[in-house]
Write a protein that binds this ligand. Structure first.
Ligand code: GLU
Length: 418
């Protein structure tokens, strides 16, 4: 479908889908059904800016599949957001939620905007208007948004409030990743990064290594990368490099992550952190480390730079950071890649916990959330690892294969696409 399924990321994901489908001999009708999202909503989001000018931002919500349960997936605010990218990310959510054994379908949303250029008032206005435009299509039983690149707990709080104003009563279950004071879950902020670290532990284990003493480079120091660094450091990992949009910092003896976090709170960037060498994002990706965790945007490791990669393991903290071609070339060079739908699943796992807690109005403490998250991440890794041995394939195809098998069974039971 023109505009929807023709972007580079969409094509990459469809290639994985077709390959994994062939591997498990997926029913042809199910395959065809999964190639096209169920519904795509395109809205105009007019915002009266602080200077009184009205600016219109394009907004999207793509609902890919709801065979396993309500649609679920984040909302992204970024200048590069477009319909096909959101559609691709919505398909990834379907596969991620299936793989993780959650009772949820897949969706994604986004607004094409650079949130750092907006005042707080403009950001709130944009969020409220976007929410009210997509309100007829979302809800605690229908479609549950969450944070993604460029959005956070405050934005979820405004979404919750706008949605609740329209329905006339508090609907805390309409979004996840909201502040704990209004029905959020303990541990949701750090969940994706913590999940990445659990997966790093398991990936290292396959090489008879532990995180303690292993060298790690992390691209991105936002919600995912920062918490990944904090947790890896706490477990004794040697985080030698981290970066953000302005560039990276490197220290071969390991960065003192709590100090980097403090520095970033004060300076808004890792740039200039004392006691480290400054490097570019490209240099960070090319470091000789045990683990490289790209935790920023998609497509950062591609055919142009894959030959520079020297890490032993790549754990995809972001969605789609390694293109399909690059992934195959890296695998051929013996680099072990843990794909996004497994590696960064911690976020949506704790979103699921949050949604459940909102339904029963009973809240868990952080230890309980961590323990439950760890169980699911370890178990999912082991399932994908075993499947990869059984089918003699890489972890990306294996993760997709596991996800597709569950979806296929559910589609068959529901009589969908059969
Ligand atoms: N945006 C996150 C992801 O890509 C979390 C989605 C959610 O919690 O619904 O997995």
């Amino acid at each position: 479908m023109e505009g929807l399924t023709d972007g580079a990321l969409y094509k990459n994901i469809m290639r994985n889908l077709e390959e994994a489908g062939a591997l498990i001999n997926l029913n042809r009708n199910a395959l065809e059904r999964l190639k096209i999202p169920r519904r795509a909503i395109v809205v105009a989001v007019p915002v009266r800016m602080d200077d009184d000018r009205v600016q219109i931002f394009p907004g999207y919500r793509v609902q890919h599949n709801q065979t396993l349960g309500p649609f679920k997936g984040g909302i992204r605010y970024h200048p590069s957001v477009n319909l096909s990218e959101v559609a691709a990310l919505s398909a990834l959510m379907t596969f991620k939620n299936s793989l993780l054994n959650l009772p949820l379908g897949g969706a994604k949303g986004g607004v094409q905007v650079d949130p750092s250029n907006l005042s707080k008032h403009e950001l709130e206005h944009l969020t409220r208007r976007f929410t009210s435009e997509i309100a007829p299509f979302i809800g605690p039983d229908e479609d549950i948004p969450a944070p993604d690149v460029g959005t956070d707990a405050q934005i979820m709080a405004w979404m919750l409030d706008t949605y609740s104003m329209e329905s006339g009563f508090a609907q805390t279950g309409v979004v996840t990743g909201k502040p704990v004071e209004i029905g959020g879950s303990q541990g949701r902020d750090s969940a994706t990064g913590l999940g990445v670290v659990f997966i790093i532990e398991k990936a290292l284990e396959t090489m008879n290594k532990t995180i303690s003493g292993s060298t790690i480079a992390i691209q991105g120091f936002g919600k995912v990368g920062m918490h990944c660094a904090i947790e890896a450091y706490a477990l004794g990992g040697k985080v030698v490099a981290v970066s953000d949009v302005s560039g990276g910092i490197f220290n071969g003896d390991g960065l003192k992550i709590p100090e980097v976090v403090k520095y970033v709170e004060e300076n808004k960037s890792v740039k200039g952190f004392p006691g480290a060498e400054s490097i570019t994002n490209e240099e960070l990706l090319a470091l000789e480390v045990d683990v490289l965790a790209p935790c920023a945007l998609d497509g950062v490791i591609n055919s142009n730079n894959q030959h520079t990669i020297k890490a032993k393991i790549i754990v995809e903290g972001a969605n789609g950071p390694v293109t399909t071609n690059a992934s195959k070339e890296l695998e051929a060079r013996g680099i072990f890649i843990v794909p996004d739908i497994l590696a960064n699943g911690g976020g949506v796992v704790v979103s699921y916990f949050e949604w459940v807690q909102d339904i029963v109005w009973l809240f868990w403490n952080e230890d309980e959330v961590r323990r439950k998250l760890k169980t699911i991440m370890y178990r999912s890794f082991e399932t994908v690892w075993k499947f990869a041995q059984e089918y003699q394939c890489d972890m990306r195809l294996s993760a997709m294969g596991v996800a597709l098998k569950r979806l296929e069974t559910a589609m068959k039971l529901r009589g969908q696409a059969w």
